[in-house]
Design a protein around this ligand. Structure first.
Ligand SMILES: [Fe+2]
Length: 297
């Protein structure tokens, strides 16, 4: 397990922090705080046994970051104030994921049937919020929860000013590129937040998925590549609109996801909601044709 001063970096199973898991941080101090719970459950339970986990702080509500909250029933769970208000009920999550927008109530009912119960339980067990931009001290370790909207509207990036470390969560530098496909995601906010992260006085950037630890220099270079994915998506959407494709055709090509993955209802939902954002951004509109119903898995 990697460690930077008092911060222990806990990976997903098999040392991979790919979705549906994510990287967690454990602040090894008197206060026993875990940031996000998407890491390997065995590793998290071992830390709990050895050192204790009294508090879990979630950067946002997505299931790959709250995945194992339920394994620590006595820990206090906190989330950012925006998502505490809007995203902790099943209907709130359905809205934020674009299920209502793309498929209406019928789609929401189908989606609800396939939800893992633990995930629903995890959201309901979050009882406290933290403030953005305030300095907290956990056992003497200072942390500020930066408000970095774009991936979701409420996402926070925990920044440790004294250590020069920032946990950038889903500003994750993966080859997939930026994810802002929920109705609570926003492309312009994403770019603004990315720039803010680059301006921090930080030497170490820790992402929530895949590679993990970046030096400042590596992160700056990776971010430049990462953000160009947004431009590439713009170009593709613009090109197909000029060719006269309607919305159904445009959302069946695989601009975000591989074409094959679009057979999965949730991927198809996010492909559609993501393409709507690019159409908006480009000031373009296309004809919606035919009604496609969301099918259960
Ligand atoms: Fe996320």
């Amino acid at each position: 397990m990697d460690r930077i001063g008092p911060i222990m970096i806990v990976e997903g199973p098999n040392n991979s922090s790919k979705v549906p898991f994510s990287r967690s941080l454990y602040i090894d101090s008197q206060e026993k705080v875990l940031i996000d719970s998407g890491a390997d459950p065995k590793a998290l339970l071992a830390i709990h046994q050895e050192l204790g986990i009294n508090r879990i702080v979630n950067t946002h509500y997505h299931p790959d970051h709250t995945a194992h909250n339920h394994l620590f029933p006595s820990a206090v769970k906190m989330i950012n104030p925006i998502e505490f208000e809007h995203s902790l009920t099943i209907d709130g999550v359905a809205r934020a994921n674009g299920i209502n927008q793309e498929w209406g109530q019928k789609g929401v009912e189908l989606w609800k049937k396939q939800l893992p119960q633990e995930w629903v339980q995890n959201l309901g067990a979050i009882t406290e919020t933290y403030e953005y931009e305030e300095e907290y001290s956990f056992g003497g370790i200072k942390v500020v929860f930066l408000h970095t909207p774009g991936h979701t509207s409420g996402l926070s990036c925990p920044y440790f000013p004294d250590l020069g470390v920032v946990f950038v969560g889903d500003y994750d530098m993966t080859s997939f590129g930026p994810w802002y496909n929920g109705t609570d995601g926003d492309i312009d906010d994403f770019i603004k937040s990315a720039k803010r992260l680059l301006e921090l006085d930080a030497e170490t950037y820790i992402t929530g998925h895949q590679k993990g630890i970046f030096t400042r220099r590596e992160f700056i270079a990776a971010m430049e590549r990462y953000l160009t994915v947004i431009d590439k998506r713009d170009e593709l959407v613009g090109k197909y609109v000029r060719q006269g494709l309607n919305f159904e055709e445009l959302t069946s090509l695989g601009i975000f996801y591989p074409k094959k993955a679009l057979q999965r209802p949730l991927m198809k939902t996010w492909e559609r909601s993501g393409i709507r954002k690019h159409l908006d951004r480009l000031g373009l509109s296309v004809q919606e044709e035919g009604e496609v119903l969301l099918k259960a898995k």
